[in-house]
Design a protein around this ligand. Structure first.
Ligand code: GLP
Length: 241
C-alpha cells in the first residue's frame, strides 16, 4: 500500500484526477469505478477542468459506482445518481448510457441487485476511486462480524447515518438501507486510489497504515490484500496518524 502525502486536500485531489486522466489517456475505453462523498468532490472538479481544457475526453469511458441509497429516486438531490450527474457526468462528454449506478427507487430490489452484480461481473474495473467512512467503511460495507464479497443490500450503520445526515434536512430523511458493491467486487479493480481528509478519518486511516491486520470491524483493511492501492492524504491528516 502506497501513501501519497500532499500539502492540502486540493493538492491530493489534483493528484488523483491526474492519475485518472492518465488511465483514460492510456485506454480510452477504460472502465472506472467511481465514488461519492465530499472527499471526492474536488477530484471531479479537477477532471471537469481537464475536460474543459480539452486535454481529457470521457467519450468511450464507462463507469460503475460503488453504491446507492435504497428509496431515493435518481432525481433526489442526495441520491448518488444525482451527485454523479451534477458533479461529473453532466459536465463532460461521457455517454450517460455508459454510466451505471443501481436504481435506488426500483420497486424490485432483487432485480436491481442482480443488474448491479451482472454489470460488475461483466466489466472489470481498470480503476476504482474510494473515499472512506470514519468507521472504516468503504462503499457501504459497514463494520460487522461478517462482510460480503459480492454486491448486496446493507443496513447503514447508525454512525454513518449520523455522519451523512449533514447532507439531509433531518436525520430521519437519511435512508436506512443501501445497495453496495461487496469487498470482493472492490478488490477486483486493477488499481485503487483512496482519498481522505479531516480529523474524523484519523482512526480509519490508522487502521490501514499502522499494521498489517485485516478485520471486518474496519472493512477498509481488506484493501491490504490488493497489490495496487494508493492512499492520498494531506499533511494535516498524515501528521495525526
Ligand atoms: C458514504 C459513502 C462512501 C464514502 C463515505 C465518506 O457513506 N457510501 O462511499 O466514502 O460516505 O464520505 P465523505 O467523503 O463525505 O466523508
Amino acid at each position: 500500500m502506497k501513501i501519497v502525502v500532499s500539502k492540502n486536500h486540493k493538492e491530493s485531489s489534483t493528484k488523483v484526477a491526474k492519475l485518472i486522466s492518465d488511465i483514460i489517456n492510456k485506454k480510452n475505453n477504460a472502465v472506472l469505478g467511481l465514488a461519492t462523498g465530499s472527499s471526492v468532490e474536488d477530484t471531479y472538479k479537477e477532471l471537469v477542468k481537464m475536460y474543459e481544457q480539452k486535454i481529457l475526453s470521457f467519450k468511450n469511458i464507462s463507469t460503475i459506482n460503488l453504491d446507492e441509497y435504497i428509496g431515493l429516486a435518481p432525481s433526489h438531490k442526495q441520491s448518488y445518481r444525482y451527485f454523479m450527474n451534477s458533479h461529473l457526468f453532466s459536465k463532460v462528454d461521457i455517454d450517460i448510457n455508459n454510466t451505471f449506478i443501481p436504481l435506488g427507487n426500483e420497486d424490485n430490489v432483487d432485480k436491481a441487485l442482480l443488474d448491479f452484480q451482472n454489470i460488475l461481473d461483466k466489466k472489470t474495473r481498470d480503476f476504482q476511486l474510494l473515499g472512506i467512512g470514519s468507521n472504516g467503511h468503504i462503499a457501504f460495507n459497514e463494520p460487522a462480524k461478517k462482510l460480503y464479497s459480492n454486491a448486496h443490500i446493507v443496513s447503514i450503520a447508525q454512525s454513518t447515518i449520523e455522519a451523512n445526515s449533514r447532507f439531509f434536512n433531518s436525520i430521519d430523511e437519511v435512508p436506512k438501507k443501501a445497495f453496495t458493491q461487496g469487498i470482493g467486487d472492490i478488490l477486483k479493480a486493477k488499481k485503487i486510489a483512496l482519498i481522505a481528509t479531516g480529523d474524523s478519518k484519523i482512526d480509519a486511516i490508522k487502521s490501514l497504515t499502522n499494521d498489517d491486520k485485516i478485520s471486518t470491524s474496519s472493512p477498509a483493511t481488506f484493501l491490504k490484500l490488493h497489490s495496487d492501492v494508493t492512499i492520498f492524504i494531506d499533511e494535516h491528516l498524515f501528521n495525526k496518524i
